[in-house]
Design a protein around this ligand. Structure first.
Ligand SMILES: [Zn+2]
Length: 368
């Protein structure tokens, strides 16, 4: 039945930015929860016009666990090449891996906990609707739920089965260089060439990175100039920044602010900043030990942990000091890419792993 539920959720395509579709997906999750999780309380909200859904099993609030999911996908309706397909235990489709399979892992874990009597600690499964576009609307809801919890388990996909014990933080910046326009043939000396000035700074931007400690600073988009015979007065550079620690985020921010153009009349303006804080490995260490213990008790192969570059909503909860472990969703691959797939055979094992963590965390506190 869990595998069929994944198929139904994937069939209800729900791209970010389509509240109607995300709401219908939420309706189905609520219906499945009501059917399978005895005693569950369902509540709906729509902050900033983006629907979200939370499912709660009451229990000891001082040992409460937040299961974090999102219902939106990166796929516009009908855009997934080949559509939804199932061959044996392999299902291919839009969002099957990231992360509708994870939503069903969460439901299965809640059902297991509910069926075996009173949950030791309170369990909340939160499904948001804008994770793939930066969680602008849902971030306050996520942070509120995290503050009320003593641990957060994020049901995002694992990395080749491994849990995510660290996620880099993300920053995006835009450098805008203002020069002065002039006729390129008659009096170019009166101009200040914004393209040339900004181009000179591109290497300095990239050199701020320090891959040895996991910091990358990547110039990604360069725009400048308008007409071939005019000295350009404006140029812009977009920069993607990834960092493993908050200290590195601060260092990069400071470094970018210290950049100076060479021409005295050129001015440099800096926009943007850090967007997602890092999920530092210390925030996940104790929860990872719990998951490893449960995994070996279940007879699973040894559970691995990795640090990855991409951010998730777990970055927000870890930044609040709430212990956070990510990557507990369904096994599969090709997130955000054609051929995205999930191994439905991993559902019982993943559900049992999360349920085991809920039991353990409902009776013992962990620290971040
Ligand atoms: Zn995701």
């Amino acid at each position: 039945m869990w595998a069929d539920a994944v198929g139904q959720l994937v069939a209800l395509e729900s791209p970010s930015g389509d509240p109607g579709a995300i709401g219908r997906c939420g309706d189905l999750v609520a219906e499945l929860a009501t059917r399978w999780v005895p005693g569950v309380r369902v509540s709906r909200d729509a902050r900033g016009g983006v629907p979200d859904l939370s499912l709660t099993l009451e229990g000891d609030p001082s040992a409460s666990v937040l299961l974090l999911c999102h219902l939106d996908t990166v796929w516009e309706v009908g855009a997934f090449p080949g559509g939804l397909r199932r061959e044996g235990r392999r299902m291919t489709g839009p969002g099957v891996f990231d992360m509708k399979g994870g939503v069903v892992v969460g439901l299965a874990a809640m059902a297991a906990v509910a069926e075996h009597g009173q949950a030791p600690g309170r369990v909340t499964l939160l499904c948001t609707g804008d994770e793939e576009v930066g969680s602008t609307a849902s971030r306050p809801t996520i942070e509120q739920a995290a503050r009320e919890s003593s641990a957060v388990l994020v049901l995002e996909p694992p990395a080749e089965g491994a849990l995510k014990v660290g996620r880099k933080g993300v920053g995006t910046y835009r450098l805008r260089l203002h020069g002065r326009a002039a006729h390129a043939g008659l009096e170019p000396e009166l101009g200040v060439n914004a393209v040339a000035e900004l181009a000179r700074l591109v290497d300095a931007v990239g050199d701020l990175g320090d891959p040895g400690v996991g910091t990358t600073v990547t110039p990604t988009v360069f725009r400048g100039g308008g007409r071939v015979n005019v000295v350009p007065e404006l140029a812009e550079l977009d920069v993607d920044v990834r960092f493993a620690t908050s200290a590195e985020a601060t260092r990069i921010d400071r470094g970018l602010r210290q950049l100076k153009p060479r021409h005295p009349d050129a001015t440099l303006e800096l926009g943007g900043g850090p967007n997602r804080p890092p999920l530092e490995t210390a925030a996940a260490a104790d929860l990872f030990a719990v998951a490893k213990g449960i995994g070996s008790w279940l007879g699973m192969p040894p559970i691995q942990g990795v640090t990855v570059g991409g951010g998730s909503d777990g970055n927000f909860t870890a930044a609040l000091g709430v212990p956070t472990l990510d990557g507990l969703g369904v096994v599969g691959g090709s997130a955000h890419a054609p051929g995205e797939w999930a191994d439905l055979g991993s559902l019982p094992e993943r559900g049992a792993l999360v349920a085991g963590c809920l039991w353990q965390l409902g009776t013992t506190r962990v620290s971040s």
